[in-house]
Design a protein around this ligand. Sequence first.
Ligand code: DGP
Length: 179
Amino acid sequence: MATRAAAAATLTAATSSLLRRSTSLRPQGLRVPHRVPPQRFVRHIASSSNEEAAARAAAATADAGGPTIFDKIIAKEIPSSIVYEDENVLAFRDINPQAPVHVLVIPKARDGLTGLDKAEPRHTEILGRLLYAAKVVAEKEGVASGYRVVINNGAEGCQSVYHLHLHVLGGRQMKWPPG
Ligand code: DGP
């Protein structure tokens, strides 16, 4: 009899301990997701769909392989803030910076490289030069200890100018995954 009473007491203690724990866990388990203010959310969707629409429009004309705004920058017909230049490569500040340091590195001769997807074996030398120039730019801009190099390719990659370019971004903490 005494053993059954002791067992019942143990069971009651265990049950109430479990209930206490599940109650203390409940607020986390049923946490209501943080609500994004509707206005900000709509604005975010609107701006990202504008970028996507612009990228799709640019992609539609890219295959024609016509001149881009970067040809005018290379020819110095329009001004740009040049960070680095050599015989093959030009690096200049992006007109719409996404970080305190945002520099575009481009080949002076496009040679069919509207995007990275057009790369062929003959392009390996210039591709290496571009990547090395990105490293030099990061050093010149004082962000050598941490930066990001990005190539947007095609409409889904949000490419808007069809002359191969590397984005060198730095001067702030980068996030992963990118948007
Ligand atoms: P992408 O979206 O990856 O194709 O990047 C193209 C970049 O080119 C974009 O970040 C803005 C930049 N850009 C476009 N037009 C000009 C311009 O006239 N001058 C400069 N400096 N940058 C430009």
